[in-house]
Design a protein. Sequence first.
Length: 565
Amino acid sequence: MSDPNGASPYKRQSSRLTEGNDRAGARAMLRAIGFTRDDLRKPLIGVGHSWIETMPCNYNHRRLTERVKAGVRAAGGTPMEFNTIAVSDGVSMGTEGMKASLVSREVIADSIELVARGHLLDGLVLVVGCDKTIPAAAMALARLDLPGLVLYSGTIGPGRHRGRDITLQDVFEAVGSVAAGTMTEDELREIEEHACPGAGACGGQFTANTMSTALEFLGISPAGANDVPALDPGKDQVAYEVGRMAMRLVVDDVRPRSIITRAALENAIASVAATGGSTNGVLHLLAIAYEAGVALSIDDFDRVASRTPVVASLKPGGAFVAQDLHEAGGIALVAQRLFEGGLINGDAKTVTGRTMAEVARAAVEKPGQKVVATLSAPLKPTGGLAILRGNLAPEGCVVKLAGHERISHRGPARVFESEDAAFAAVKGRTIRPNDVVVIRYEGPVGGPGMREMLAVTGALVGEGLGDSVALITDGRFSGATHGLMAGHIAPEAARGGPIAALADGDVVVFDVAGRQLNVELTDAQIATRLKSWRPPAPRYPGGAFAKYAALVSSASEGAVTRPQA
């Protein structure tokens, strides 16, 4: 287990940092913060988290990290804690601050990479919570290919309002109800005060819980770990075992790229479809695949979703929240359903050492649970998303299907150059039934940062227009969004995509069955309009946003930042 100098043979990276006379200076500095000679002879395991006092989602990270570190020590490693940033989608939603959210995914992945490379860490445990921290952690692991895993810090419990469970989604929809005059401001305040009862990420199958589910199916999070709620007494023990598991991965030299395979990514896509998950899953799984060097395209999501039924009744399309899924049998129960139908690859590996088939077979279903349906009686026969193309989206766009049954719409465009302008129109009650709300210049470059549109979509639903209008955007939707919405339209307006040519009154046609999104204009008419089009001036001429806009790829490629050719 050790060399003649007492150092572990599993210090495959960190020996260059801590071993030998010439590293005395480094050891002296590490001793100053409490590391002993014996500590530095063991593998160094980075324990990264994103505790921040701007949201409930990550508020338990410090506590969980202490348990992870205890597990690492018990298994013969030396944990080194570090932190990174997080931007709350829920808090920043509807403001200019929301533009920082997707940008933060790249910054988080980059910062994890820099710490791991800068300090020659032997392994990683990454504790994640709010939306972008989850894919960012998986991206960093795939990029570094160091032994490690991701632990989701857990979902928030549901709030209670007048005898029913509520989530943050209900708050945004209540805003629209007040504007429509169907709810009092006093009731809005009641909902606001009770929707978020403590630490944890948003409780529905919104982006955080979608990606938590996807990472268990991807195999890079331990089966049964992520769905344990944030404040469940068992979460601390989960964190401790994760620390021990990280050391096993280091000893056995299990690398992330041996787990994040094409088969595993398709399993993750199936999990998004089967749970009616967030369309952001498309963006994030494409990004993870890019970092892992696995070929994956936007059309793969349509192919997998088309064969995958929706079996989990989770908000916003269903009736339950993530805590209910945990109590019903957890993410593993969803895996069991899909494995029974031959809808996931059972040979895919996981960080636990078990295959997905073994995970699925071991699931324990709570008698009488109503959260996860059977394959013989699914909630919907095909998955919760579709990829459309057409003369408005030559490179594709994403439509969420779970939670509504409309698969076609034809109506006049109401064009807005920003989310703020659209929200003002919704609040002013100038949107009419049958309209197609168009929000452009909110894509990866145009935003920059691809804001989510929950404020707009929530207000439309709250005003009673959710079943009569449609919305298209080159921006994103929150996982809490429901209604007929097409997002991630590519090419985006800021890059001269056809959405930039739309004008008020143009007739936009959704044909989900035919996988088409079109405007009733000829190619020649669109081309003529685009000849006179000029890109708008950058909203941010300098700083992080400008760097991001200069390096970011199309949404159809995961909106990853990469070196320019």
